[in-house]
Design a protein around this ligand. Structure first.
Ligand SMILES: Cc1ncc(COP(=O)(O)O)c(C=O)c1O
Length: 410
């Protein structure tokens, strides 16, 4: 039985569950799984709905597991790095510099020097003052992050385009931007308006403004006999994962971006979708350690705010649970009401409260679906609990171990 949101892809891991659980050792109180079939389905859709030639750099922070990154690269997609550590991770997963967009808002001088030498890597400066830190001769592609100053309906915590944002140069500073573009070889404009945007009409207006700014920069340069030109418009990520199999929001967004971009044929498009790409491809399994007492008993499980940092500290969408017998077969009714209590030592560490699930016993497993985004990469060291083993399901449906259980080392 699934509670909460529906799955948004056509692959089911149900048949694989007995095999996955049989492979769990006695120490494996929890397991994480990536289904490459679901990940590829999202990547294929991106390739299909955006204009030909668009480069999609999937945000590493959303799921930084090296095998996940290698899978994305193997399918011909790029990676967006938010730190020098993510740049190094991308390179070690097999990315060429050209396949990396480097977006850290706080780059050191050393990081800038290192990345400036990588041929074709797109490095987006966050502020005009950051531009002063770049060497005069660059092998990388220099971009400038623009803050469109819009409200896309993204939750406050993830909205990065407000006037107070620490990200990007405000569009209103156009005169300063034009002047900077005469001094620095900026060839890309970048924006990422926020995560889980709901008002895409506003976002589309901002993209139009970005194209117009690119035209204004190039006209200004031409009038000053300057040969540098903007050739890349990076529109960031920000779409929420969609519950519908057909992914109508992404299809409609991409169709509108495509229509708009057709007016600016000399600009390559780049995107940076994280959550939309990853969410449906990830599953978590936890053993039920024991069941408490009371009218709505707690079931005590081995994953809580350590894996589900965002879900527990800033609750939004509910998690989707399924109960499995110890052999991995699915459990069905009769339904009981339970709280799902996580293992961390603070009162708020609950994954759900007062939800209906089939009758649960010690040794059963809880499968949590749609958790491929912003979970593994946000693992919290609170209480020093071990990071679970990660398994992958490949395109043929076979299962392999991608990484060991990993103790936290201080
Ligand atoms: C610069 C940048 N690009 C892309 C993303 C991915 O965002 P989302 O997961 O909402 O697509 C983020 C998320 O924080 C980001 O900061």
């Amino acid at each position: 039985m699934i509670t909460g949101i529906r799955l948004n892809h056509s692959y089911s891991i149900n048949n694989s569950l007995p095999q996955i659980i049989a492979a769990a050792g006695s120490e494996d109180t929890a397991l994480l799984i990536t289904d490459v079939r679901a990940l590829k389905q999202q990547l294929d859709l991106l390739a299909q709905v955006f204009p030909e030639g668009t480069r999609h750099a999937v945000a590493i922070k959303t799921n930084p597991h090296k095998q996940v990154l290698a899978t994305i690269l193997a399918h011909g997609f790029d990676l967006e790095a938010a730190s020098i550590e993510e740049v190094d991770l991308a390179l070690s997963a097999g990315a060429t510099p050209k396949q990396i967009v480097f977006d850290s808002p706080v780059k050191t001088r050393n990081e800038i020097e290192q990345c400036s030498s990588y041929p074709g890597m797109q490095i987006n400066a966050n502020m005009l003052s950051e531009l002063q830190r770049y060497p005069t001769s660059l092998n990388c592609q220099l971009g400038l992050r623009i803050n469109p100053g819009i409200d896309t309906g993204a939750p406050e915590m993830y909205a990065v385009s407000t006037d107070e944002s620490k990200f990007g140069v405000p569009l209103a500073a156009e005169a300063d931007i034009l002047a900077a573009c005469l001094k620095h070889p900026i060839t890309a404009l970048h924006m990422h308006s926020g995560s889980q945007m709901s008002d895409l009409a506003v976002q589309l207006k901002a993209i139009r403004r970005l194209f117009e700014l690119a035209e204004a920069i190039d006209a200004h340069r031409a009038s000053h006999n300057n040969d540098w030109r903007i050739n890349t418009i990076n529109i960031g990520g920000g779409l929420p994962a969609e519950p519908e199999l057909e992914q109508p929001m992404m299809r409609s967004y991409a169709a509108q971006v495509t229509e708009l971009a057709a007016n600016y044929p000399s600009h390559l498009l780049r995107t940076e979708f994280g959550q939309w790409t990853h969410r449906a491809a990830g599953y978590a399994l936890t053993r039920v350690e024991y069941v408490g007492e009371g009218s709505v008993p707690n079931i005590f499980v081995h994953l809580g705010a350590d894996l589900f940092t965002r879900h527990v500290y800033a609750p939004a969408a509910p998690l989707a649970f399924k109960v499995l017998n110890p052999d991995g077969s699915e459990k069905s009714g009769p339904d009981q009401r339970y709280n799902v209590a996580g293992p961390l030592c603070f009162a708020g560490d609950y994954l759900a409260r007062d939800i209906e699930l089939p009758l649960i016993n010690e040794g059963d497993w809880l499968l949590i679906s749609n958790v491929g985004a912003n979970t593994y990469g946000l693992w919290s060291r609170h209480c020093t609990r071990t990071i679970p083993k990660v398994l992958g399901i490949d395109l043929s449906g076979s299962i392999s171990q991608w990484s060991d259980r990993q103790r936290i080392a201080y």
